[in-house]
Design a binder for this molecule. Sequence first.
Ligand code: HAM
Length: 423
Amino acid sequence: MHDILPEQCRYFAYLEQMTREVLEGYGYEEIRMPLLESTELFKRTIGEVTDIVEKEMYTFEDRNGDSLSLRPEGTAGCVRAGIENGLLHNQTRRLWYTGAMFRHERPQRGRYRQFHQFGAETFGMAGPDIDAELILLSQRLWRRMGIADVRLEINSLGSPQARTEYRQRLVDYLSGFQSELDEDSRRRLHSNPLRILDSKNPAMQDIIAGAPRLLDMLDAESEAHFVKLQRLLDGAGVAYSVNPRLVRGLDYYTKTVFEWITDRLGAQGTVCAGGRYDGLVEQLGGRSTAAAGFAMGVERLVALLEEGDAVPAFATPDFYLAVVGDEAERQGIAWAEQLRTACPAARLVVNCGGGGFKAQLKRADKSGAAFALILGEEEVRTGRVAVKPLRQEAAQRDWDWQDFLRVITGQGGAEIARLILQH
Ligand code: HAM
């Protein structure tokens, strides 16, 4: 698990603000779930024989002897919260969340043991229109974030029944290659054979290419749903490819699944993944409710941004207040508060920790501030302040403190700079 340092926090904050704006623009409401849930919840939803539940959860007993796990994802907790709080019954819901998730994976670039997701979950809408909305919404997020080069893959996993029949066909087919299967695939052959289709092992590719396709065995309803989804995407001008081998690593999916993938992050290229999970609410004790959603990996989005598609503009201070001498320090702290009251939107950093005039101006420059405000013994005596533009070719000027406050009251950012420079 890693620390997220200030330089990166800026990217996280930027992405979060953008995501909030876009999701709320589509009518999604934020929900915050606990980081811990009962272990049973994840076993029942994600699936007992998935990598996540078998190998990756942080599980422990609390003081009552109850088994709890740090959440490896948000969908299970969101459904639980929705059922417990009566958010899902007889209504439609659009929810979103962000926060830390935990998986004991082998850490590498784009894969961490504590990572963050933006997730969206929808309930009570059974048609492909909401699948299309989720896809369009994620596409809008790429655009707003300035992220290019992500491609969309879609597939349908059909009804649970179609999947059970398919599973048997697949096991029969793969059993014919027993001696050629790699160790992972042999292990999965009877526990989770669909995941074999996902194998990245080059030695397995020929076998996989010849396997029967679930898409060819879909039940009529899933088939119609999938065809209609593609019509909706075509109509909205979304480019996608159908990948019959896209199966996802969690058991709760039905019908549509999709992933947004980039080639710029090596093996960890999936930046967003989701699909329908129409059986999950009922499975957890609620009334049968259609559902669909997705989650994005925030660290992967940050990595893409850092590679330079678009660099977010970060807020720098408007003022850095340099205070030279004991009296100036005392006066400066009080005046800084006056300025903050007069201009709640202004950003002001006060020099704390002493230092000579030169050292303080150096810090002012490093802070990125637009102006240095300079207070020495002389200024304190006369009730004035020296205002030095740090980013523009303009002369330093002395102001009466009260006049200065009057001129900038109620302003922030660029407007402050304009008012000061034109005076
Ligand atoms: P998931 O595919 O397990 O799906 O994770 C979604 C995304 O989270 C991945 O595509 C990836 O970007 C990011 N992610 C997953 N594991 C890690 C990790 N160890 N380090 C960094 N990023 C990671 C789900 O979690 C489902 N709950 C998605 C969903 C919501 N389906 C329906 N609703």
